[in-house]
Design a protein around this ligand. Structure first.
Ligand code: ADP
Ligand code: MG
Length: 272
């Protein structure tokens, strides 16, 4: 899909807008070369899966896109605008929201308040309020709360909205993280192993909520996922990383059965 013919984009690529483009993205951690220049192009509206053995650089790719660990070489473009080099909160304001491989919620806060945190990138400093424009600040707050209510509705979190996040099961905590990301009204949603640690029933719920969010909100989704049944059932395309390199890309079923991909997984389990 990414091949160029004589420098001109192929018809398929030209016909669709690229939401996220990663070009020759490199990241080192000391002497460890975690990302060795993979290219990616994710089309608007796609659910794109990123798979690969542990330690192959998937989370690092997400961190370069979201600005947590900017690439030291290469470029990241969101709808043709370069975003690498911007701090994470600016990238979030440009429309990239993420969830984390290990749940990262604000312990002690309720489900509702954790989701409200997702709105902070759209909140203006309280200067208006302190200048006396309290009615304007109030109007803004009402709008933020309405958005949060929409997300609570979509992800069916009504029953736990007032619970502290610490006391709800892991599967629900991951759903709250998804809710927080959706509350930011992203253009690109990045999910780092959204089903990790879930039982079968929780997994099925999560798949349904991701599909609902994709359809209702018209999102582009980049999703790291280990469960191949999930990947083959909901991803439009996948890329496979191994040792910081993209070794395959294409339709999910064909790609994960590619001999080079099978060999990479076997190699990884031998090494473990
Ligand atoms: P994956 O998500 O595919 O399992 P990661 O992107 O987390 O892999 O890691 C890729 C490599 O980079 C691993 O060898 C990992 O130990 C290393 N790595 C990731 N983040 C850091 C970090 N913050 N500091 C040092 N090494 C890191
Ligand atoms: Mg990871």
């Amino acid at each position: 899909m990414q091949q160029k013919e004589g420098g001109v984009a192929t018809t398929a690529e030209a016909a669709r807008r690229v939401a996220l483009r990663c070009e020759n993205v490199n990241r080192w951690f000391g002497g460890l070369h975690a990302l060795k220049g993979p290219d990616l192009a994710i089309f608007q509206g796609e659910i794109f899966g990123l798979v690969g053995p542990n330690g192959s650089g998937k989370t690092t790719l997400v961190n370069t896109v979201t600005g947590f660990y900017p690439p030291q070489k290469g470029r990241v473009l969101l709808f043709d605008e370069q975003i690498n080099g911007l701090p994470p909160y600016r990238i979030a304001q440009k429309g990239v929201a993420r969830t984390f491989q290990n749940v990262a919620l604000f312990r002690g806060l309720t489900v509702l308040d954790n989701i409200l945190v997702g709105r902070h990138i759209h909140m203006r400093p309280s200067a208006l309020a302190t200048l006396g424009y309290w009615w304007w600040a109030k109007k803004e707050e009402v709008a933020h709360r309405a958005k949060v209510e929409d997300v609570i509705d979509l992800l069916q979190l009504e029953d736990v909205r007032d619970e502290p996040v610490d006391v709800i099961p892991l599967g629900l905590q991951k759903r709250v993280e998804l809710a927080r990301a959706l509350a930011a009204e992203p253009r690109l949603l990045v999910l780092d192993e959204p089903m990790a640690g879930m039982n079968q029933e929780e997994k099925e719920y999560m798949v349904r909520f991701i599909l609902d969010a994709h359809e209702d909100l018209g999102l582009t989704i980049l999703m790291i996922e280990h469960h191949m049944d999930v990947v083959t059932s909901i991803c439009h395309r996948v890329a496979v990383f191994n040792d910081g390199v993209k070794i395959a890309e294409g339709a999910p079923r064909e790609t994960i059965n590619d001999p080079a991909v099978v060999a990479a997984y076997i190699g990884a389990s031998d090494a473990a």
